[in-house]
Design a protein around this ligand. Structure first.
Ligand code: GLY
Length: 325
């Protein structure tokens, strides 16, 4: 008779079927982003090219939280944060980048053409221009102008949680969003390609009406994104300060290394945030999204409302993440 306990045999951990290649991204806006990435993945392209293409796509849209059409900081300036990481642990990032449309591609250029990981502010812009990225006007989009004008009426400075699918009258409803408007946060995406390599990218205009110079988790490797080609990868969305405090995506990947499923790894990282201060956690949102080397995917958030998009050979859908509070 086996020395193993019956329970370990009778109830094996549930492992959803995994398919490769696959791309996952934060929020339901990830459906369009995944479609761009899929053009590359489905023709045996690399995960790195796929995540860059997906991020570039959303950087051109009229989007509250990504790209130059995103909402500005409290001085009325749009500043972009982005990072990218490949299967060799190469990584590049930019923070506080102004007037450059494709922050993700500048991040990739930092990764591939410099010995550095992160360029910020004026230096990041100078680097971008020197490398052929056009300098844009910096004029706010019509949506951003409206939202900024509304915000200026109170100029109430507080972290704003971007939660898609929460209506204006919810507990996280900032006064400057139009009634009933849907809002979302950072675009983080991860791909596993047909050569079994992982890469990830993140792009955002960050927290709306933030202090000029504030940088969130998105361009911070190990916070907004982490890729370990032996284990898996993770990305995050939500209030960046809380993610940075626990090195969130690095933590998720380390939990997967210990044998946790992607969902359990994300849940444990969320628990780490909540256990610091449960009362405070009730007022904020963070969501983690992860994939392991088998292509299994999972997510977890503090609050209801975090969703992710997945695309592989058979799936193309938005999935609701479980939540803790
Ligand atoms: N997660 C995006 C930010 O905090 O800026």
């Amino acid at each position: 008779m086996s020395s193993l306990g019956l329970s370990s045999l009778a109830f094996p951990a549930f492992s959803p079927p995994a398919e490769k290649p696959v791309v996952i991204s934060t929020w339901d806006s990830g459906m369009e982003v995944n479609a761009e990435a899929w053009k590359i993945l489905s023709t045996n392209g690399t995960a790195l090219d796929a995540v860059e293409a997906g991020a570039r796509y959303i950087e051109t849209l009229n989007d509250c939280c990504v790209g130059l059409k995103g909402y500005p900081d409290r001085d009325g300036i749009v500043t972009l944060d982005a990072c990218i990481m490949d299967q060799h642990s190469n990584c590049g990032a930019v923070a506080g980048l102004e007037k450059i449309k494709h922050a993700i591609s500048v991040a990739r250029k930092v990764m591939q053409s410099t010995p550095h990981v992160l360029l910020v502010g004026a230096g990041a812009q100078q680097f971008a221009v020197e490398n052929g990225f056009p300098l844009e006007s910096g004029e706010l989009s019509e949506d951003a102008k409206r939202a900024y004008a509304t915000w200026l009426k109170s100029s109430r400075y507080e972290p704003v949680i971007n939660i898609e699918n929460k209506k204006q009258n919810g507990p996280f409803a900032p006064s400057f969003f139009e009634d009933g408007a849907l809002n979302h946060d950072t675009m983080g995406l991860i791909a596993l390609d047909s050569s079994n390599n992982l890469s990830g990218g993140v792009t955002t205009s960050g927290m709306a009406f933030k202090l000029h110079g504030r940088v969130g988790d998105s361009p911070v490797i190990g916070a907004g994104l982490f890729v370990d080609n032996e284990v898996g990868a993770a990305t995050s969305s939500g209030l960046g300060e809380e993610v940075i405090r626990i090195c969130g995506t690095h933590l998720v990947v380390e939990f997967m290394r210990q044998g946790n499923s992607p969902e359990m790894a994300c849940k444990k990282a969320i628990q780490r945030i909540v256990s610091r201060d449960r009362q405070k956690a009730k007022t904020l949102q963070v969501g983690f999204l992860a994939i392991n080397k088998k292509g299994q995917v999972g997510a977890y958030a503090i609050q209801e409302g975090f969703v992710y998009s997945i695309k592989n050979g058979t799936q193309n859908e938005v999935v609701k993440a479980k939540f803790l509070i």
